[in-house]
Every structure is written in structure tokens, then in C-alpha cells.
Ligand binder design. Structure first.
Ligand code: FCB
Length: 448
């Protein structure tokens, strides 16, 4: 298999990076004053995590960060998107900073700079301090204010050494998936609480941006997971189903941030469950941002009878349809429907059942996934979307939330028995792409 995409197809100055998040890789959940997070609690509840595991050890990145940064540098990328664990910085979610927690990120950022990697920090990738959850978590308006204080502490310490600060990662997940669907911490099933959580997350985002503006001149923005919705047929019922799916997943988050309003059709559809929006809130949620981060994994195909799984498509181990065209469509649609700041694809990637063999890890499906989606990004740029960078999810295999360690998303394989890191074929392929060297021939899996 030879590659059809190369670096020349991306705009000048395009950033290539890799991404991770704190709870998924760090481990050391009780070290140096770190408080407990809602994920520590959730993992201890029987039946929540597929393999009964937790992030207690994960990739042991807290101790291995220097060699992990070497690994990133050696991949040839110029940027690293990581996240900061709020309970390391403020163990109970409020009050004075835990200096040892801040020290860790201080060293990490300096370590990136020393290796020529631009730090792209995310302040909230789901590890809320448990003490704030005990007071209602994101369903409580006060959490938005606590988040802005935490953001200011981090920005005050790391300052402009960080190139870019994203406030939130995927607020759809930390509200709907967590408070309505119950699959993520805190595991509730209540739509009214979920919509309150979503509003307070977006409010916290706006308050945090405002607080950080005073302290840094780094780029400030937010990361949304977007899932373009396609109707299963031209019937008005299916078209409406796709519109509602787009409204719930995408517009409910895009519109308050980029337009300062909630989408009217969804507001009506949610009836009595809509959040309590105070005067001025939407001016806060829609304060100026310097970039929009887009996480894209798949699309949905909707019909009046629910979601449809196209039979001709291929699927990842998560059961997600591989649909690169959706990424071009999504980026072009964002450019058409909104006044966009610069856009970064902050996550994109795939889980497959990798096996470590004597001659490495052959993951041709993942190579094809990246190849297709990078081509989709290049095409969106060609069509005029201001897309400035791409971060592969993920640097290495890690704790995949409710799936535990059963799903591997890494470019780098992690042998959890001994914490050895092994570059998969996809890592060699990505390195060749970003460094502009000929891409290696990818070994097909037997039977492919
Ligand atoms: C995204 C998350 C990320 C990872 C990928 C597979 O929703 O942001 O942490 O779990 O999915």
C-alpha cells in the first residue's frame, strides 16, 4: 500500500501534532497532593468500566514524561496537545493551588519547549475534582466560576510558554454522555441535569477565557466533538431526524459559542428540560475565541426510526463508521454557517485490535484511516476553510474511559505489563508524512 497524501497538500505553516489527556495516561492518581476526580470514583463503581480497570497506573506518564516527550519529538511533529488535571492543581476544586501539581505541568511544558514542541494545553478533559461533584458538579452553576478560577491559576503559572489553551474538551461528552446517557462519570441519567451541565460548561468556558485574557496573550479557544448527521433518505421524516441529531450533538454547542444563542428548534424540542439561562450568559459563552478545536471520529446516519448503520461501510473496533468525507463536509459546513476563527482538528483517530509481534505492530487499517482523514482535511483547506493544524488521537494506547484498556487508539503501542512503548506502523507512516520523507510501505495484515 503506498500513500496518496503528502505534506505538500497542506497549507504553508500547517501544524501536525499528537494528542493525549491527563486521566488517560498519567497514572499516579494519589501522588504529590492530587485530589480525587470523578473518574477515580466512577472507576471504583462496579460495572462502570468494561474491564474493571482505572487510570490509577495508565501509561505511568507521570513518571515517564521525559521519555514520552522524546518519543513525540522523534515522531517529527511540532506540537503536543495534552491536558491538565484540575485535581492536581486544586485538589478539592477550589482555593489555593497545590504547588507540586503545578510543578509537574511546569516541567512538562519546559520539556516540550526544550524539544521544539509547541504546547497545546486543554484545561478540562473530564477529570473534575470529586468535591465539586459532591456539590452538584457541572449541574451546579457555581462550578463555572470555580473553573474560571482554576483556569486563571494555570495561566498565571504557565503563561505564554503554552502556545494555545483550550478550555474544555468535548462538552457534549461531559454533559450529555455523563449526565443523560450515564456512560461517563458521574454516570447520571437525567436530561434536565445534562442540559444544565452543558450550559454551565459553556458558561465556565466563557468565564475562563475572560479571566485568562488578562494574564496571557496565548491563543484561547474550545474543543468540540462534532458528528455530522446525514438523513438515511430524502423523506421529510428522515431529514427531520438528521436535523434534530445535528441540533443535539453539534448546534447545541456551536451556536452558544459562535452565535451567542441556543438553536430555537432544539430549545422547543427540549421543552421543560431547557437550562436556566441568566441575562448576559450568552454574551459570556460567545466571547471572542482565537481558535475552534474540532474532534472528529465519525458521522451519524439518521432515520425516523433511529440511527442507521450503512452496510457497505467499514467500522473501527469502537463500532464507528469510517467516513472521511464527513470531515470535509463538516469543516466546509462550519465555514459556511458560522463566522469561524482558525480551526484545528484537535482529535481524530481509530481503535483496532492491535497485536504486538516479533516485528512490531502492523496496523494497516489505522494507516488507511489517518490517510483518508488527513486527505479530507487537506481538501477542506483547499476549499478555503481556515484549518491550521491536525492532532492525531492518540500518541499512545491509553485508558479509553468506559472501555478501559480494551481499545487501543495509539500511534504507539503500550505493553501495559512492562510499560514498553513500540511504534506501530501507523507511527512510522505519520512520521514520514509530517517530516516529508517517503512514506513506508505498510504491511497488510494476513487475511486483508
Ligand atoms: C474522544 C475523547 C478522547 C478519546 C477519544 C477516542 O471523545 O476526547 O479522550 O477517548 O474520544
Amino acid at each position: 500500500m503506498t500513500s496518496t497524501i503528502d505534506r505538500q497538500q497542506f497549507p504553508h505553516g500547517f501544524t501536525f501534532g499528537v494528542a493525549t489527556s491527563s486521566y488517560q495516561i498519567e497514572g499516579a492518581t494519589r501522588l504529590d497532593g492530587r485530589g480525587q476526580s470523578i473518574w477515580d470514583t466512577f472507576c471504583r463503581e462496579p460495572g462502570r468500566i468494561l474491564d474493571g480497570s482505572s487510570g490509577d497506573v495508565a501509561c505511568d506518564h507521570y513518571h515517564r514524561w521525559e521519555t514520552d516527550l522524546d518519543l513525540i519529538r522523534d515522531l517529527g511533529v511540532s506540537a503536543y496537545r495534552f491536558s491538565i488535571a484540575w485535581p492536581r492543581v486544586q485538589p478539592g476544586g477550589r482555593g489555593a493551588a497545590n504547588e507540586k501539581g503545578l510543578d509537574f505541568y511546569d516541567r512538562l511544558v519546559d520539556g516540550m519547549l526544550a524539544r521544539g514542541l509547541a504546547p497545546y494545553a486543554t484545561l478540562y478533559h473530564w477529570d473534575l475534582p470529586q468535591e465539586l461533584q459532591d456539590e452538584g458538579g457541572w449541574a451546579s452553576r457555581d462550578t463555572a466560576h470555580r473553573f474560571a478560577e482554576y483556569a486563571a491559576i494555570v495561566a498565571g503559572r504557565l503563561g505564554d510558554r503554552v502556545r494555545s489553551y483550550a478550555t474544555l474538551n468535548e462538552p457534549w461528552c461531559s454533559s450529555i454522555l455523563s449526565y443523560q446517557i450515564g456512560e461517563h462519570a458521574p454516570g447520571l441519567r437525567d436530561r434536565r441535569l445534562a442540559l444544565a451541565a452543558a450550559h454551565h460548561l459553556l458558561l465556565g468556558h466563557g468565564l475562563a477565557v475572560h479571566a485568562m485574557r488578562e494574564l496571557v496573550s496565548a491563543d484561547l479557544g474550545i474543543v468540540l466533538n462534532l458528528n455530522p448527521a446525514y438523513p438515511a433518505s430524502d423523506s421529510p421524516e428522515d431529514v427531520l431526524a438528521a436535523r434534530l441529531s445535528d441540533g443535539a450533538f453539534n448546534r447545541w454547542f456551536l451556536d452558544p459559542v459562535l452565535r451567542g444563542e441556543y438553536p430555537a428548534d432544539m430549545w422547543e424540542a427540549y421543552g421543560a428540560d431547557v437550562p436556566d439561562v441568566h441575562e448576559g450568559d450568552l454574551a459570556v459563552t460567545s466571547g471572542k475565541i482565537d481558535f475552534l478545536g474540532v474532534n472528529y471520529y465519525s458521522r451519524s446516519v439518521d432515520s425516523a426510526r433511529g440511527q442507521v448503520r450503512p452496510t457497505e461501510s467499514s467500522y473501527t473496533q469502537m463500532g464507528w463508521e469510517v467516513y472521511p468525507q464527513g470531515l470535509t463536509d463538516l469543516l466546509v459546513r462550519l465555514e459556511n454557517d458560522y463566522t469561524l476563527p482558525p480551526v484545528f482538528v484537535t482529535e481524530n483517530g481509530a481503535a483496532y485490535p492491535d497485536e504486538l509481534g516479533a516485528d512490531g505492530v502492523h496496523d494497516p487499517e489505522r494507516v488507511r484511516y489517518f490517510e483518508g482523514h488527513l486527505a479530507a482535511v487537506a481538501e477542506a483547506a483547499r476549499q478555503g476553510v481556515p484549518v491550521k493544524g491536525y492532532f492525531a488521537w492518540s500518541l499512545m494506547d491509553n485508558f479509553e474511559w468506559a472501555h478501559g484498556y480494551s481499545k487501543r487508539f495509539g500511534l504507539v503501542y503500550v505493553d501495559y505489563g512492562n510499560q514498553r512503548r513500540v511504534l506501530k506502523d501507523s507511527a512510522l507512516w505519520y512520521r514520514a508524512l509530517v517530516t516529508g520523507t517517503p512514506t513506508p510501505v505498510v504491511v497488510e495484515r494476513a487475511g486483508d
